[in-house]
Ligand binder design. Structure first.
Ligand SMILES: Nc1ncnc2c1ncn2[C@@H]1O[C@H](COP(=O)(O)OP(=O)(O)OP(=O)(O)O)[C@@H](O)[C@H]1O
Ligand SMILES: [Mg+2]
Length: 299
């Protein structure tokens, strides 16, 4: 993949901006959404000052690939990621310049979002590892003692988190999730759909010598049906490790945002503004990992 011109923010005359997320600009089309993945990068809930040129395209390509691969298991919001096809369904007069939008734009069904992150973990890492060290539990799941960092869990666990509009997402129990989503049966369905997707993806990645340590899904209602929204199994939303060099008790080589988090931990940033910018080698290293992720997963 060659160099891509960076895109940090969009403005589409004739369309209504519904929301600018940390990464995506979302435009309202009535019952549909136009979602543009920019090159913005967030870490520890802050947008970093410098973009990763081409990252939004990679996320869009990875998500579209998984959405198509898993549509038979769980329905999702993707209608099209093909710019000429998308262009045809926009109001006349709205023109998307291919140079800016090609490869990073999706036409999707608008859903009523469930305000929870549906996380599935097969291995002990990140906030799961932190919580385990403090209490030997994750989100109410009691785990065996003496697990190491990156250890496989006896079975994948569902560890939902709140989706805070501002600030940090917090791990919650299934009981608390029921409260957020309006009932035990909805929480159980979210758990079941998330587990199904995790298992499918983990098995598929295993054949490519990759370990899906954990991943996060978002769901919403389209009419009365739960569908997957936002992104799917991307390096932003997942921890993916190289199976060949993996060893419990160590921090595995990863193809995801961990590289950026490691840098920010190394410089001891206090996770409060001002947000430090990334040196060129961290930008390039991140882009390389994301490209490798796209290549390995979709090949
Ligand atoms: N089909 C959909 N229907 C309704 N809302 C959606 C749909 N797909 C995505 N969204 C929402 O659009 C926004 C996309 O922006 P982005 O992914 O940058 O979100 P964010 O919440 O700021 O960051 P992050 O997801 O990384 O925490 C999110 O708020 C997401 O929940
Ligand atoms: Mg998102």
């Amino acid at each position: 993949m060659g160099m891509t011109a960076e895109l940090t923010k969009t403005d589409i005359p004739g369309l209504t901006l519904l929301r600018r997320g940390k990464v995506r600009d979302v435009y309202d089309l009535g019952d549909k959404l136009l979602i543009v993945s920019t090159d913005r990068l967030s870490a520890f809930d802050h947008i970093l000052p410098n973009p990763i040129p081409g990252k939004g395209k990679i996320l869009t390509q990875v998500s579209a690939w998984w959405f198509k691969k898993t549509a038979h298991l769980v329905p999702n919001h993707l209608i099209s990621a093909d710019l000429p096809a998308i262009q045809k369904s926009l109001p006349s007069g709205v023109k998307l310049n291919p140079e800016a939008f090609d490869g990073r734009t999706m036409l999707c069904w608008k859903a009523k979002r469930i305000d929870a992150e549906c996380v599935v973990r097969g291995y002990l890492a990140g906030s799961g590892w932190k919580e385990y060290q403090a209490s030997a539990t994750i989100c109410g799941h009691r785990l065996p003692p003496n697990l190491l960092e990156s250890s496989p869990l006896p079975a994948p666990i569902f560890t939902p988190a709140t989706k805070a509009d501002e600030g940090h997402d917090e791990n919650i129990t299934i009981k608390q999730l029921s409260h957020v989503v309006g009932g035990d049966s909805v929480a159980a369905e979210l758990q079941q759909l998330s587990a199904k997707l995790y298992t499918f993806a983990a098995e598929l990645l295993k054949e490519k010598q990759l370990i899906l340590a954990d991943t996060k899904f978002e769901f919403g209602y389209r009419d009365k049906q739960l569908i997957v929204i936002d992104e799917m199994l991307t390096p932003d939303s997942s921890r993916v490790w190289d199976a060949k060099s993996y060893k419990p008790g160590t921090t595995p080589a990863s193809f995801d945002k961990q590289f950026v988090r490691d840098y920010l931990e190394r410089i001891k940033w206090n996770k409060q503004p001002p947000v430090p910018s990334l040196p060129p080698e961290v930008v390039e290293g991140t882009l390389r990992r994301y490209q490798e992720f796209l290549r390995t997963v979709t090949s």
